[in-house]
Ligand binder design. Structure first.
Ligand SMILES: [Zn+2]
Length: 186
């Protein structure tokens, strides 16, 4: 029996208030009830991200993809982690998977371009931080405003899909930056 969306929204609310540990626990509880719900795994991954647990996040996103091979968001989040870990080639291939299965998800194309830029910059042995900033701004502008999971129309600043409960905002680079900071902590 599908979960009441209200329960997912409740967990998402905890996430939005910054109670990531509580949100994490709630997602885990929900997953116990519905272990094959890829959206829950995606949201769990984001909570792990916020808590600086990159490996657990990666596993959660991979689980989401395993359950739903075209789980665009989870795949996308995985690509972001790979990029942040400096695995640019893997990150690029990760984006290819989205682009081939969901060509209208422009965020993946922009991310891919950004990764390719880094690869080129690396081979030239000069990464300009300013350049990266610019690309990120551009990237945020082109994030599409449909839920990648269910295609429902979403508002520009929405942080979750009202229809299916998927969390997708904050998935931009700021999220990953926050993680980069928290991983430095003991
Ligand atoms: Zn949706």
């Amino acid at each position: 029996m599908p979960l009441d969306k209200k329960i997912i929204e409740d967990a998402n609310k905890s996430f939005l208030s910054g109670d990531y540990l509580i949100a994490l626990k709630k997602y885990e509880e929900l997953i116990k009830k519905e272990p094959t719900n890829s959206i829950l795994w995606n949201n769990l991954g984001l909570a792990f991200l916020k808590l600086g647990k990159l490996n657990d996040a990666l596993k959660a996103f991979e689980k989401a993809n395993e359950l739903k091979p075209n789980a665009t968001l989870a795949q996308y989040h995985k690509c972001l982690i790979l990029m942040r870990e400096g695995k640019y080639q893997d990150a690029s291939e990760c984006c290819d998977k989205i682009i081939s299965s969901k060509p209208n998800f422009t965020a993946a194309k922009v991310l891919k371009q950004r990764i390719e830029n880094i690869i080129v910059a690396n081979t030239k042995n000069k990464i300009s931080t300013e350049e990266t900033e610019e690309t990120e701004e551009y990237y945020e502008e082109v994030v599409e405003y449909h839920c990648p999971e269910c295609d429902a129309v979403i508002g520009e600043n929405d942080v979750e899909c009202k229809k299916c409960g998927a969390k997708f905002s904050e998935m931009q680079t700021n999220e990953i930056r926050g993680i980069a900071n928290t991983t430095n902590q003991p």
